[in-house]
Ligand binder design. Structure first.
Ligand SMILES: [Zn+2]
Length: 436
């Protein structure tokens, strides 16, 4: 198959992208990035390759606009996580079968990269003069925390993004069924990583002489409380707009308890009542910590005087580590040292100015589309661009069959994307490029 006019065949473009094994580690994005660079150069684009390590390059290309709007950034990562487990189709073959494109990265996020790239190439090939410059930035290393990708670019080459206010990236724009109604959550904010080490101390001693209330006892208390209770409820602006937008469009039997989630005195009881169905709302209404690694003690007959506990903390927009630590101490009642291991701050409240443009493009393609702003419990490369004052929207439009276990397929075996989703998303993004 030739590389000609791949912008008109985004499905084929995706299948080609899937055949580059960009499993990270080690990443090896170079071949994939160079192939994309060649496609863009063939259309007359000037391509910049920016790399900290030669095998791990990032690509930046630009279409000049009319200067009426600030430049719009399209960013996506081409690396993927390792393909483990049993696959029905080889993970790096780009197979098309049963109406799906199969392969590692189909959802996260070569599907999205294919949409952005095809929309960008269409604009270039069609001679579009968009309202402002359009910058396409394809990144390495997202799955390993982006030190060679977005983090590197934002630190070392911020001038590439001068004047950019808004960005399209992962994660959002896919359909989500609630009570038979089809919503399109568009990510407008993400939670903040706040990895923390807790140190619990107590008297050391000989194992033959038990100690109560020591470091082990404190560890037990912390883990027990975290297993049973939540940190306090906080209703942020973005969580409120997300819940209200969904509640406005579902039957009252569901709308009433949904709106109740926004009343802090009721939130946790309603979440318990929703059970598994309410699970997605839980992290949107609390700062959270998950205990992940325990370290301490090295001899069976010595009671240790210190134990360390790693906590994967995630903060709501507008909160910082000190507030999380105060909440943790209050909830557990345990005296402990808390140290930040990594904190990736994200700007406070989202700037929703572009939301209606995105929602409008969706509605044209799917008249029943109801776009809702979404707060993401996880993180994307958007957090690095937010350091430059850039607002990211997670907007990779896909219509997904209600029965497709979308969230469970990401980073898992048999990752796949409905074949017609690629054209749908490409068209939606192409329309945004005409009118942002
Ligand atoms: Zn991703």
């Amino acid at each position: 198959m030739s590389d000609d006019a791949l912008q008109d065949r985004p499905l084929e473009l995706l299948r080609r992208l899937l055949r580059f094994d960009t499993s990270n580690p080690p990443g090896n994005e170079r071949e994939c990035i160079e192939w994309i660079g060649g496609l863009l150069e063939a259309l007359g684009c000037e391509v910049r390759i920016v790399a900290q390590e030669p095998q791990r390059p990032n690509l930046v290309a630009r279409i000049a606009g009319r200067g009426e709007s600030p430049p719009l950034l399209l960013q996506g990562h081409v690396d993927v996580v390792a393909a483990r487990g049993q696959w029905r189709h080889e993970p790096f073959a780009g197979d098309l079968a049963d109406g799906y494109v199969w392969g590692r990265g189909a959802l996260d996020m070569k599907g999205g990269v294919a949409m952005m790239l095809a929309a960008f190439m269409r604009a270039k090939a069609g001679g579009l003069q968009p309202p402002g410059d359009v910058i396409l930035c394809l990144l390495a290393d997202e799955e390993a925390g982006s030190p060679l990708g977005a983090d590197f670019l934002v630190r070392e080459h911020p001038e590439l993004f001068d004047g950019v206010r808004y960005c399209i990236g992962e994660f959002g724009g896919f359909t989500m069924d609630v009570a038979g109604r089809r919503f399109y959550p568009i990510m407008v904010a993400e939670k903040q990583v706040c990895w923390t080490r807790a140190t619990l101390r107590g008297p050391a001693g000989h194992g033959s002489m038990p100690i109560r209330g020591g470091a082990m006892g404190k560890l037990a208390r912390v883990l027990r409380v975290l297993d049973r209770r939540r940190l306090p409820v906080h209703v942020t602006l973005v969580a409120r707009s997300m819940v209200q937008a969904i509640a406005a469009d579902v039957p009252a039997t569901l709308a009433v308890p949904l709106k109740g989630l926004l009343v802090p005195a009721l939130t946790d009881r309603l979440l318990d009542a929703f059970g598994e169905r309410g699970r997605i709302f839980d992290p949107l209404l609390h700062n959270t910590v998950s205990a992940t690694i325990v370290g301490g003690g090295d001899k069976v007959n010595v009671i240790p005087d210190a134990i360390s506990l790693s906590l994967d903390g995630r903060l709501l927009p507008g909160f910082g580590p000190d507030e999380l630590f105060a909440e943790l101490r209050r909830l557990t009642g345990v005296d402990m040292e808390l140290d930040v291991v990594q904190y990736d701050p994200v700007a406070g409240e989202p700037d929703l100015a572009m939301f209606d443009t995105l929602a409008g493009a969706l509605r044209e393609l799917d008249p029943s589309a109801k776009a809702v702003p979404m707060l993401l419990p996880g993180v994307t490369d958007g957090r690095f661009f937010s350091r430059l004052g850039i607002q990211t929207y997670g907007f990779l439009p896909m219509q997904l069959p209600a029965e497709l276990p979308f969230m469970q397929l990401i980073h898992a075996e048999n990752e796949r994307l409905p074949a017609d989703a690629v054209e749908f998303g490409t068209t939606a993004i192409a329309r945004v490029l005409e009118r942002f």
